[in-house]
Design a protein around this ligand. Structure first.
Ligand code: NAD
Length: 507
């Protein structure tokens, strides 16, 4: 891989960090033809971290053509599946070697706590290992046919895929997309979020180091509305895999329809967390805390609507609020930090806007509810973990995705009531149920309109668990074996083996 002169390396805490990151197109670090760059920030400090090449439409075109060439005439899709699998395992091995660097850069660019970053980078590594295994066993099948006919389903990679990534899990979202796509034999053009482009660029370099041929993975940071749009409407792009907000997802779906591209949409959420009276109180409090505050609440499956049974409401809320107030905000590199910073000033203002609107509509801010100043991080973007009670289902803060450390809490009286309220949302991504009654857990799990149900479990996913939404949370499932089919076409090959030639017209 060639390195441009602008990509000078500096060392910080023993880990290599650059002051400039180029795009990666066709296996090379390149800067934008226009020379345009943008700043990417450390949101915990509100400081510029590095400059990043800003892709223009012309650069996006080059990336698409590199991916097209690699797909149409390259060797990657023709490799025996075992060889692709070995390369994916090699990507994982290099990521493990560079674990410290990936964690450090992710923390610096996203402001998340080091503990959260470690979990997410580790999962990203495991994603490559998972798909290295899954692709080997992923095959077509022979179908039952009338005598004389033989039919099999042949799985083929779908082609060039545009993969558009959000800022909340920068590397993990890139891994969720790149790993199954290249395992299936596709070529990809990745568009990371402008706020957090760095680890996706590093991952692209690791792919090359591991043996992915040039042009198979390309990464072009830049404006969503310019190059995102360009990719979504490009005739040489066969599929768009998007993770981001529901409004952008709707826009992408409409635009992709002009060329009937395959689409996968992983969108927003407003996930319910239901605590029944028979829940194990300690586990429910701890799991509910994690459910909303993990990743500083900037999580698509954050359990941001809490429903607590009236019989245990007071006891549960006392513990929940007490523990919320004990959560540590501060230096993201401090191992004791639970919540990192908010990604940007704009996002902080969005969060605060929801809190203020809830207050105006008559809700109670039980704890938190304002920006927090952290010593040594005065210019960063920090918000107190916030609990809002006395809400009604029509409030803006109850209905819309806040995407910050803010939970709204309602009381419920019985199981039917809890299910009805949990489903009273246009979203359907995650959900959590806390109960010691197994029959109830199953009954409720089957009635919740969401792609993911966590039963007495704070975690939403591991490599292998399907991840995706119902309703306006999108469609398609990532992180699982079935994801491979989203990057493949099923071709039916039908042949006739009878001795007597067929003459259907009889002429
Ligand atoms: P966003 O929709 O603003 O941006 C996501 C990506 O799309 C970015 O790379 C952005 O540059 C790009 N983009 C913006 N406009 C575009 C356009 N017109 N055409 C093409 N691309 C465009 O979302 P965000 O603020 O980066 O991320 C937060 C959102 O992501 C939240 O709603 C969250 O729930 C969602 N999310 C969902 C999942 C999931 O798996 N369901 C996971 C993580 C985040």
């Amino acid at each position: 891989m060639t390195q441009t002169a602008s990509a000078d390396l500096i060392t910080e805490t023993g880990v290599m960090k650059r002051s400039h990151y180029s795009m990666i197109i066709n296996g090379k670090r390149v800067d934008s033809r226009s020379g345009e760059v943008f700043d990417t920030y450390n949101p915990a400090k509100g400081e510029v971290l590095a400059t990043v090449a800003k892709a223009s439409e012309e650069d996006a075109e080059k990336a698409v053509q590199a991916a097209r060439e690699a797909f149409d005439h390259g060797k990657w899709r023709k490799y025996p599946v075992g060889k692709r699998s070995r390369v994916l395992n090699e990507i994982a091995a290099i990521m493990r070697k560079r674990f410290k660097e990936l964690v450090e850069v992710e923390v610096l660019n996203s402001g998340k706590s080091v503990g959260a970053a470690q979990v997410q980078i580790n999962q990203s590594i495991e994603d490559f290992e998972f798909y290295a295994g899954a692709i080997v066993g992923h095959r077509g099948h022979v179908n039952n046919m009338p005598n004389g006919f033989f039919n099999y389903t042949h799985k083929e990679p779908v082609g060039v895929c545009a993969q558009i990534i959000p800022w909340n899990y920068p590397l993990m979202m890139a891994a969720w997309k790149i790993a199954p796509a290249i395992a299936a034999g596709c070529s990809v053009v990745v568009k990371p979020a402008s706020l957090t482009p760095i680890t996706a660029l590093i991952l692209n370099e690791i792919c090359h180091e591991a043996g992915v041929p040039e042009g198979v993975v390309n990464t072009i940071p830049g404006s969503g509305s310019v190059i995102g749009d360009y990719l979504v409407t490009h005739k040489d792009v066969n599929k768009v895999a998007f993770t981001g907000s529901t409004p952008t997802g709707k826009d992408i779906m409409a635009k992709a329809s002009s060329t009937l591209k395959r689409t996968t949409l992983e969108l927003g959420g407003k996930s319910p967390n239901i605590v029944f009276a028979d829940a194990d109180m300690e586990a429910a409090v701890a799991g509910s805390l994690f459910g909303i505050y993990f990743n500083t609440g900037q999580s698509c499956e954050a359990r941001s609507r809490m429903f607590v049974h009236e019989d245990i409401y007071d006891e549960f809320m006392e513990q929940f609020i007490e523990k919320t107030e004990k959560l540590q905000l501060g230096d993201p590199f401090d191992k004791g930090t639970h919540l990192g910073s908010i990604i940007s000033r704009d996002q902080l203002e969005v969060i605060d806007g929801y809190v203020q609107s809830a207050k105006k509509e008559g809700a109670t801010i039980a704890t938190g509810g304002k920006e927090k100043k952290i010593e040594g991080f005065e210019n960063g973007h920090w918000y107190e973990p916030t609990v809002i009670t006395n809400v009604t289902p029509d409030m803006k803060a109850v209905r819309e995705e806040i995407f910050g450390p803010v939970v709204v809490v309602e009381k419920f009286s019985d199981e039917k009531d809890a299910i009805k309220r949990a489903n009273d949302t246009e979203y359907g991504l995650g959900s959590a149920i806390w109960t010691t009654n197994q029959a109830r857990a199953t009954r409720v799990a089957h009635q919740i309109e969401a792609g993911i149900v966590m039963v007495n479990c704070p975690f939403s996913a591991f490599p292998g668990t399907p991840f995706g939404g119902y309703k306006e949370s999108g469609y398609g499932r990532e992180l699982c074996v079935e994801t491979l089919d989203l990057y493949m076409e099923d071709k039916s090959v039908l042949s006739y083996y009878g001795a007597k030639p067929l003459n259907p017209f009889g002429v």
